[in-house]
Design a protein around this ligand. Sequence first.
Ligand SMILES: Cc1cc2nc3c(=O)[nH]c(=O)nc-3n(C[C@H](O)[C@H](O)[C@H](O)COP(=O)(O)O)c2cc1C
Ligand code: SF4
Length: 413
Amino acid sequence: MTKILLTNIDKPDQASITKYRERGGYKALEKALAMDPATVIDEVKASGLRGRGGAGFPTGIKWGFVPRTAKPTYLLCNADESEPGTFKDRILMERDPHLMIEGMAIACYALNSHLSYIYIRGEYEFVANIVQKALDEAYEAKILGPSLLGKDYGLDIFIHLGQGAYICGEETSLIESLEGNRGYPRIKPPFPATHGFLASPTVVNNVETLAALPWIIQNGAAAHAAIGTEKSKGTKLFSVSGHVNKPGVYEVDMGYPLLDFINNEAGGIPNGRKLKAVIPGGSSVPVMTAAECEGALLDYESLLKAGSMLGSGGMIVLDETTSMPETLSVIADFYAHESCGQCTPCREGTGWAAKILKNIVAGKGRRSDVDLLLKIADRMEGKTICPLADADVMPIRSFVTKFRSEFEALCSS
Ligand SMILES: Cc1cc2nc3c(=O)[nH]c(=O)nc-3n(C[C@H](O)[C@H](O)[C@H](O)COP(=O)(O)O)c2cc1C
Ligand code: SF4
C-alpha cells in the first residue's frame, strides 16, 4: 500500500520545519517553481487527483476554469471539517502541517495566486495554533513572504477561524464568511472560479487535496495515476469511528476492499459482534447494509454502485446492537440544527424530519410517519440553493428504506 499523506504521522515532532526539511520537505515546491505554472496544472490534471472534500471533482480541471484576468486570484484551503464522522484533515494539520502548506504554495504558484487563506473550523483552535507555528517557520525560512524560496514570486498565507457552523464548509458559504458576512451559501452560477472571494477568481480546495500535491510533483503524475482504480486515482484517507477496535485515520489505495479496511486497518468489530451497517463517507452519504458491504471497494465508482458514496471518507461502523431509528434521529437533529434557513424546503424539511424521528424513537410515532419521512425527503431533494438539504435526504431515505421494519416496530399504529 502506498503512503502519500501519512508517511510520517506516527513519528514524533514531525510538525516542525526542521523535521519536514530533513525528509525532503519543500523540494517539490522548488521543483514546481522551476516549471511553467501551466505545466503544473497539466501535471495535476494528468495525476487524476480528485477533490477530497466530498464531491470528488478533478482538481486540475477545476484549476483550469480559473481565468487569467487583471483581478487577483485566491486559493482558499477548506479546513472546516465539520461533517460528522470526519477527522482526517485535523490529523494532517496537527501532525504534518508543512505538507499542506507546501501543497498550498504549489497550488498558488500554478494559479498565479499571491494571497491565500486557510479556513479552519472554530473548534480546531489548538490545530490552528500548530498551523500558525508552521506558517511562522515557513516565513522565517523565507519559503513564504515576498519571495517564494528566493523566486520573484510573493505569497502570503493567513488563517481564518470559523465560528462553529457546518454550513461554512460549503465553498460559497465559506467565501461569504471569509468576507465577514453571514455564512449563507450563494446561488451558483456564477461559480467561485470566476466570481469567488471579493468577486475575484477563487479556488477552494480541501486540506487532503492540497496535501497530496507535493508527492505528485515530486514523483510525477504517472506515478500517482498508477495508484488506485481506473477512475479513482491515488490514495484516500478514511477516518473511522463507531464500533471498531481501532478508530483512527488510515490511508489506503483507492479501490481497497471495505471489509478488509474494517477488519484489518480498523481492527474489526469489538466483542465478536456482527456488522449491521456502514456509513462510508460522512453522515451525509447513504448508509450501506452489511450485505451491500460485501465486495464493495473504497473508491468513488464502487461505492456508488454499492448504494452509497465515498464523500469525505468519514466512515462510521455500526454493529448489530445499533438502533437505526436512534442513529438517524441523531443525524437528522444535526442537519436541522445546521440548516442556514435560506431555503424553505431545507429549513422546514430538516426540522420536521428531526421532530418526526424524535417522536418515532420515543414510541409516539404512527406507521404513516415512516412514509411521511420519505415524502419530506422527496420535497427537499434538488430544490435548494446548496446540497445541505440533500445531505439530510440521503441518510433519511437510505435508513428508512433499508431498515424500514425497525422504524415501523417503534410505531403504534
Ligand atoms: C454543507 C456542506 C459542507 C461542506 N463541508 C466541507 C468541509 O468541511 N471541508 C471541505 O473540504 N469541503 C466541504 N464541503 C465541500 C466544499 O463545498 C467544496 O466542494 C470543497 O471544499 C472543494 O474542495 P476539493 O475540490 O478539494 O474537494 C462541504 C459542502 C457542503 C454542501
Ligand atoms: S439548502 Fe439549507 S443550508 Fe443550504 S442554502 Fe438552503 S437552507 Fe441553507
